[in-house]
Write a protein that binds this ligand. Structure first.
Ligand SMILES: Nc1ncnc2c1ncn2[C@@H]1O[C@H](COP(=O)(O)OP(=O)(O)OP(=O)(O)O)[C@@H](O)[C@H]1O
Ligand SMILES: [Mg+2]
Length: 480
C-alpha cells in the first residue's frame, strides 16, 4: 500500500481517482489546488503524485516547478490533463514529470502508471538523483567499487598501516593524488601535514630550494630563510608528484634525505632532521626510465617498497557511473543534482577516457552547467566530443543544449502549441536542409527517449511515428 496525493481542482475527478486508488489498496489524499498540494507534501511523504494540468491560480506546471524547488525527495509526479498537446507534454516532461497522461484515465492506465512509478528501480532519474543528494558529497571520497578499485582500497589500507615509502603509478588523471591523500587520511600521520609538490612543474633550479629550503643569501634573491617541503611536511606526509620527471641531481638528494632522515637547506652546511613519510607518484614507467638512464635505480628501489597501481578508467567500467553521479552531486551541491538518463549512462560507458577520471569530472561539470534539462541525455555526453572540432560552435555543450531547447520548441510548434517556432540561431543557419533536419530529428528522438526512460514503443508513440521507423532512425543516428 502506498500513500498517494491527488492535486486537482475538479472535485468529481478527485473523488473518482481516489476511489480507484483505494480500490487498488492505496491511501489517497486529496488537494484542491497546487498550493494545498504543496502544503500536503510539506507535511507527509507520498509515494507518487497525480497532478492536474489546468487549475486556476497555480497551474500544474507551476506547481511542478515549485515542487522541484521545495520538496527535497520528489516522488514521481504524473501530470494529468484533459487537453493533451505536444507542447504541454514536452513542458511537463522537461520539468521532470514522471509521465503525462490524458484525461479521462481508466483504471488500466492507473494500474499501469503506478506499476512503473512505484517500482523503486523505475522511480526514475528524479528520485535516483534525490537519493544521491541525500548523501552529502565529499570531494575527498575515493569513489569506486570495481574489482580494480577495491584492490586499490586494499593497498591503501595496507600502506596506511605501515610507514614505508609508497610509489603510486597510473596514467594521467587516474586519481594518484587522491590516493595519496586518502592514504594520509587513514595513516597514523593523519593529524600531521600533507604536503604535495609537483616535481615536473617546477624548474630544476628552483626545485631543490622548494624541497630542501634555503638560508638567507644562499643565492641571488634568497632574501630570507625558507624551510622547504620536507620540513613543512615534518611528522606528516610529503607527496613527490611526477617524480619520474625529476632531474638526476635532485634525485640523489632525495635518496639521501630518505636514507639519512635529514635535509640540508641550500646555502647551509647544517643538516636538519626530518620525520617525513614520502609518497611518490608518476605516470611514467620507472623501470624504462632506469634503463634509459633518466632515473636512478637505487632511488626506484627505495621508493618502490609498496607500489599502488591506479588503473585507467577504461579498465574499471563499473566505476564510471558512480563517479559521474558523484561529480554531478559535487557540481550541484547543495542543490539537487541533475540525473543521468539510461542513454547518457550508456554513452559514458562507450567513451575511451584518455584523460581518465579528470576528463570524466570535467565533462560532468560541463553537463551540470550547460545541459538545459534536469536529466542529462546522450546528446549532452556525445556532442561535446563529436563537435569539438567544429569551429562554428562556440561552446559544444551549449550547442547541444541549444538543439534540445530548439527541439522542444519545434515539437511544440508542430503540435500546434503556442511556443515559438525553431529559433533560427546562427548555428542553425549554417546548416543545409538535410543536416538541419537530421539534427532536429536526432535531438527530438534523444529527448523523447530520455523522457520515456528508454521506452522505445512509447517514444515512437509520442513522436507520432511507427516503431519500425524509430528503429531505423536509431540505427541511422547510432543512438542507444
Ligand atoms: N576514485 C575517485 N573518486 C573521486 N574522485 C576522483 C577519483 N579519482 C580521481 N578523482 C578526481 O579526478 C581528478 C584527477 O585526480 P588526481 O589529480 O588525483 O589524478 P592524478 O592521477 O594525480 O592526475 P595527474 O596524472 O594529472 O597528476 C581530481 O579532480 C580528483 O578529485
Ligand atoms: Mg597528480
Amino acid at each position: 500500500m502506498a500513500r498517494l496525493l491527488i492535486i486537482d481542482d475538479d472535485h468529481a475527478f478527485r473523488d473518482t481517482l481516489a476511489e480507484t486508488l483505494e480500490s487498488l489498496g492505496h491511501e489517497a489524499v486529496q488537494a484542491a489546488s497546487g498550493k494545498q498540494g504543496l502544503r500536503e507534501m510539506g507535511q507527509a511523504r507520498f509515494a507518487a503524485v497525480f497532478l492536474d494540468h489546468r487549475m486556476p491560480e497555480m497551474d500544474g506546471l507551476q506547481t511542478l516547478a515549485a515542487m522541484h524547488e521545495r520538496v527535497p525527495r520528489l516522488p514521481p509526479v504524473i501530470v494529468l490533463t484533459a487537453h493533451a498537446s505536444g507542447s504541454n507534454t514536452i513542458e511537463a516532461m522537461r520539468l521532470g514529470a514522471f509521465d503525462h497522461l490524458a484525461k479521462p484515465i481508466g483504471r488500466e492506465a492507473v494500474i499501469e502508471v503506478l506499476g512503473r512509478a512505484l517500482l523503486p528501480e523505475q522511480a526514475g532519474a528524479t528520485s535516483a538523483a534525490a537519493d544521491a543528494q541525500d548523501e552529502a558529497a565529499d570531494p575527498g571520497e575515493l569513489i569506486g567499487l570495481s574489482d580494480a578499485m577495491r584492490e586499490v582500497h586494499k593497498r591503501i589500507g595496507m600502506a596506511a598501516a605501515s610507514d614505508v615509502p609508497v610509489l603510486i603509478l597510473g596514467e594521467t588523471g587516474t586519481g594518484k593524488e587522491m590516493v595519496a591523500r586518502a592514504l594520509h587520511r587513514h595513516s597514523r600521520r593523519a593529524a600531521q601535514p600533507f604536503v604535495a609538490i609537483n616535481c615536473a612543474a617546477i624548474p630544476k633550479e628552483l626545485l631543490e630550494s622548494e624541497l630542501f629550503g634555503h638560508v638567507r643569501g644562499a643565492f641571488t634573491g634568497a632574501v630570507g630563510d625558507r624551510p622547504g617541503c620536507f620540513r613543512a611536511a615534518d611528522r606528516g606526509v610529503l607527496l613527490l608528484d611526477e617524480i619520474g620527471d625529476m632531474a638526476l641531481g635532485v634525485q640523489a638528494k632525495i635518496l639521501r634525505a630518505l636514507q639519512e632522515g635529514e635535509v640540508t637547506p641550500l646555502g647551509s652546511n647544517r643538516p636538519v632532521k626530518v620525520d617525513v613519510r614520502v609518497i611518490a607518484a608518476t605516470h611514467r614507467d620507472l623501470a624504462v626510465a632506469v634503463r634509459d638512464g633518466s632515473f636512478r635505480e637505487d632511488l626506484m628501489y627505495r621508493l618502490d617498497v609498496l607500489p599502488i597501481r591506479v588503473p585507467p578508467l577504461r579498465e574499471r567500467l563499473a566505476d564510471i557511473i558512480p563517479l559521474a553521479e558523484h561529480f554531478l552531486r559535487l557540481a550541484a551541491a547543495p542543490e539537487r543534482p541533475k540525473a543521468l538518463s539510461a542513454t547518457a549512462a550508456q554513452a559514458l560507458l562507450r567513451q575511451p577516457w584518455p584523460g581518465n577520471v579528470r576528463e570524466l569530472r570535467n565533462l560532468m561539470e560541463r553537463c551540470h552547467a550547460l545541459a538545459r534539462h534536469r536529466v542529462i541525455g546522450a546528446g549532452d555526453i556525445e556532442a561535446p566530443r563529436a563537435e569539438a572540432g567544429r569551429a562554428s560552435f562556440a561552446s559544444t555543450s551549449a550547442a547541444t543544449s541549444a538543439v534540445q531547447g530548439s527541439a522542444a520548441a519545434a515539437a511544440a510548434a508542430f503540435a500546434g502549441g503556442d511556443a515559438s517556432p525553431v529559433p533560427l540561431t546562427e548555428d542553425w543557419l549554417g546548416l543545409d536542409l538535410p543536416a538541419a533536419t537530421e539534427r532536429l530529428e536526432r535531438a527530438l528522438i534523444e529527448h523523447t527517449l530520455v523522457q520515456t526512460q528508454g521506452n522505445r514503443a512509447e517514444a515512437a508513440r509520442r513522436l507520432g511515428i511507427h516503431r519500425q521507423l524509430l528503429y531505423r532512425k536509431l540505427a541511422q543516428y547510432a543512438i542507444g
